[in-house]
Design a protein around this ligand. Structure first.
Ligand code: FAD
Ligand code: MG
Length: 347
């Protein structure tokens, strides 16, 4: 079978376009951009595809301007700067929404996801890229600052504040998913029904590709950037992958990566290489893929059983790929060449 890889994103999911000659003849409006420190690509079909893709790019840029913590003029930077000084910070409705969703998801996953992990991220040098391994004493001093419940959201929604000095939020694990959801809504307002929104490891498949088939999205082999483990046909769903293999550093033979267990301040070491979550909600997907990575197989599986609203692919360090039963149909496994095997998790 002929395969066409139309775009290999910098994230964790490869996009395989439909194959053969396009039956519709329209390749859509395609826009590749770099934002939020990630490669992004938008492929949009529809009568107003050019205006829609322009508007989507502008929306990504607007949200980055609000949500980035590396930009001195963002609202998140203002929130962090005023931590503990008692002054509430007025925020845009989107900023308020991301913060309140983050708090809601954090409660669901029992400490595995917490956007107030920022001081720990800084101690590891993940933002400055001056990587170092913090001492136990330093982590013990910083851990009391990691407490999402100390993010105060004013009832009704226009001001927020962090209760303690030194606290800070980092939306790296949720903002791209949230943005994907906003972009999807925006595209729909332009009458777009078919589009692929790739924001790093967050992929939203709207409708069908130019061949009229579901979009084909491949889950990458976390140990081999050239290979993939399997292909998922996706239509009107969104997928998000988190893994320890893209942003990391090595010291004394150990790999330290950017997903942190907020309860210990250490790199999450749960025996997983990557987690992909698929559902209809992009922001929650993004948060959950990070959280389930921290939780590890046993807790992730229990969480999946307790919630009927998402599917997942867990790639374990022992090279077992666990996929939940809702993904079984259409799952095209390709990992055997690199020594993987897969199992289906049944409810
Ligand atoms: P995910 O698994 O989705 O998220 C991991 C990221 O979330 C970590 O990098 C960390 O930021 C945070 N995190 C780690 N553990 C947890 C946890 N347990 N709970 C909650 N959060 C956690 N990077 C730069 O280097 N420079 C930039 O200027 C920059 N600007 C950005 C602006 C925006 C608006 C956003 C959304 C991201 C930006 N980033 C930037 C990237 C960001 O710092 C992360 O590296 C990136 O978002 C990781 O995403 P992921 O999908 O790979 O991983
Ligand atoms: Mg995430």
């Amino acid at each position: 079978m002929k395969r066409c890889i139309s775009f290999l994103c910098a994230g964790f999911l490869m996009i395989l376009s439909g194959c053969g000659a396009p039956s519709v003849g329209d390749v859509g409006a395609v826009r590749t951009l770099f934002a939020m420190d990630t490669m992004m690509q938008l492929t949009v079909y529809g009568e107003h595809q050019e205006e829609a893709v322009d508007a989507a790019q502008a929306e990504i840029s607007r949200l980055e301007g609000l949500l980035s913590r590396t930009r001195s003029d963002s609202q998140i930077t203002a929130l962090n700067r005023h931590a503990g000084d008692g002054s509430p910070v007025a925020v845009d409705p989107d900023v308020y929404s991301v913060l309140s969703l983050a708090q809601e998801y954090a409660r669901e996953v029992d400490g595995a996801f917490d956007i107030t992990v920022a001081p720990i991220m800084d101690a590891w040098g993940f933002v400055s890229k001056n990587y170092r391994v913090p001492s136990q004493e330093e982590l013990a001093r910083l851990l009391p600052l990691v407490d999402g419940e100390q993010l105060r959201l004013e009832e009704g929604g226009s001001t927020v504040q962090l209760a303690k000095p030194g606290m800070a939020v980092d939306l790296g694990a949720i903002a791209k998913g949230y943005t994907a959801g906003r972009v999807e809504a925006l595209l729909r307002s332009y009458g777009v029904e078919d589009a692929l929104i790739v924001l790093g490891g967050n992929v939203t498949a709207m409708g069908r590709n130019y061949s009229g088939d579901p979009w084909r999205v491949a889950v990458r082999d976390p140990l081999d950037g050239e290979a993939y483990l399997g292909i998922l046909p996706l239509q009107d769903v969104t997928a998000s992958t988190s893994g320890g293999y893209e942003r990391y550093f090595e010291q004394d033979g150990r790999r330290y990566y950017h997903i942190i267990d907020p309860t210990t301040g250490l790199t999450a070491d749960s025996g997983l290489l990557s987690v992909t979550v698929i559902s209809s909600d992009a922001a929650r997907n993004d948060a959950l893929s990070t959280a389930l990575f921290v939780m590890g197989t046993e807790r992730a599986e229990a969480f999946w059983r307790a919630h009927g609203d998402f599917e997942m692919v867990l790639v374990q360090a022992d090279k077992t790929v666990l996929i939940t039963q809702g993904l079984e149909e259409g799952w095209d496994f390709r990992g055997e060449r690199n020594g993987y095997q897969y199992e289906i998790l049944h409810r």
